[in-house]
Design a protein around this ligand. Structure first.
Ligand SMILES: [Zn+2]
Length: 386
């Protein structure tokens, strides 16, 4: 007679033990009866099928039916039974272990070969253990897309240190000595640097621009580079701020580079990134290292520049139809003065520079409303961008 899961009337520990014993004895007996590979699947299904398998029946007839004060006792035994059933079924799974039924030419050949080494048989024709695939982080993905647009224009990629000196982060970029950016309110300084001269003091770079100076020191013009990287500011984290974020900046230096080159290059880049219908617009701005300086806006690629989306006000552009996307300008001749001895005579060369926040662009692109989601490492969030 095949075993049937009985309904329980008595939920006392002794009665539960007896019921569990009977069930485990049935498991043992039925597993011993498996002689051929074709016996295994019906065995597994009888015990483990989600619909009406014996484990499911135990859940229904024992655990769910148990009075409240017996649930704990029943649950403990059901867990032991589940583990025993799973283990038995897995142990008997064909072709997996040396004790299982081995069929098929390759498996047989393998058994002979492995036995010679006194080990368990391994069937190399079985699929391996599947591991979840990783996905590119949305910010890194965005940075790579931006970099590839400029690579196609002949730009090369440069990197530099994240811990910088005041000289590269501020002085050589034409920040005057008392510029507010040097304040600890804005910049994270390495502690105990006061005994050093200002220009040698260490800080976490506040922008990727120091790499412009470092690159000009080692490569003579003409120069076309993009600099993706991590930067830090003394900003408490909130939905749109993080003490760590990512920038991409670019620099082009040659003889006769004009504002027209700047506008043409960036207009092309934005169309390549956000679609050919995107319009660009410039408005005057100020940065210490460029003159003139501008902020570039693109027409909102979420609402198509109309300021409304599905008859709702567009949040991405705050209904203006335009999004501020980057800062740019012609390299200030004062910056070239710092690298004059490396071939950057401001009377001979000119150039333009631009910089944008990669996290902000990723936020716009993916419609994320909180920058912190990018850095909390929650796979439920990050897994959506694969
Ligand atoms: Zn919009």
């Amino acid at each position: 007679m095949a075993y049937n899961v009985p309904r329980l009337k008595d939920f006392s520990p002794a009665a539960l033990d007896k019921a569990a014993e009977r069930l485990l004895a049935a498991l043992k007996k039925e597993s011993a009866d498996i002689k051929a590979e074709s016996d295994w699947k019906p065995f597994r299904d009888r015990w483990m099928a989600r619909k009406n398998g014996l484990l499911t029946q135990i859940n229904e007839l024992w655990l769910k039916a148990a009075p409240k004060d017996a649930k704990r006792n029943v649950g403990q035994r059901v867990n032991v039974i589940k583990a025993a059933v799973t283990e038995t079924v897995e142990k008997l799974r064909p072709n997996v272990s040396g004790t299982a039924i081995v069929t098929g030419v390759s498996a047989k050949a393998k058994v002979g070969e492995v036995r010679a080494h006194g080990q368990q048989a391994i069937d190399i024709t079985l699929p391996g253990n599947r591991r979840p695939l990783g996905a590119e982080h949305p910010v890194i993905k965005t940075m790579n897309e931006i970099v590839s647009v400029f690579r196609n224009l002949g730009y090369s990629v440069e990197k530099g240190p994240i811990i910088e000196t005041d000289y590269y982060n501020f002085e050589a970029l034409n920040f005057p000595p008392n510029h507010p950016a040097r304040d600890t309110q804005d910049t994270l300084f390495v502690a105990n640097q006061e005994s050093k001269p200002l220009r040698d003091r260490l800080l976490l770079r506040t922008h990727t621009s120091p790499v412009q100076i470092r690159t000009m020191e080692k490569i003579k013009p003409p120069l076309r580079i993009v600099i993706p990287g991590k930067v830090h500011r003394n900003d408490p984290p909130d939905a749109s701020h993080s003490p760590m974020f990512h920038q991409i900046e670019g620099l082009a230096v040659d003889t006769n580079i004009t504002l027209g080159d700047l506008k043409g290059t960036l207009d092309h880049a934005m169309k390549a990134l956000f679609g050919s219908s995107v319009k660009t617009s410039f408005r005057p701005s100020f940065f210490p290292f460029t003159e003139p300086s501008a902020e570039m806006l693109i027409s909102c690629f979420i609402c198509g520049g109309s300021g409304r989306r599905r008859s709702e006000p567009c949040r991405s552009c705050k209904q203006t139809g335009w999004i501020e996307i980057l800062g740019c300008g012609m390299v200030d001749p004062n910056v070239f003065e710092f690298v004059k001895n490396h071939g950057y005579d401001p009377r001979r060369v000119s150039g333009f520079a631009f910089g944008m926040g990669a996290d902000r662009i990723a936020i716009l692109k993916y419609g994320v409303d909180d920058i912190q989601l990018f850095f909390q490492g929650d796979v439920r969030v990050l897994g959506q961008f694969g």
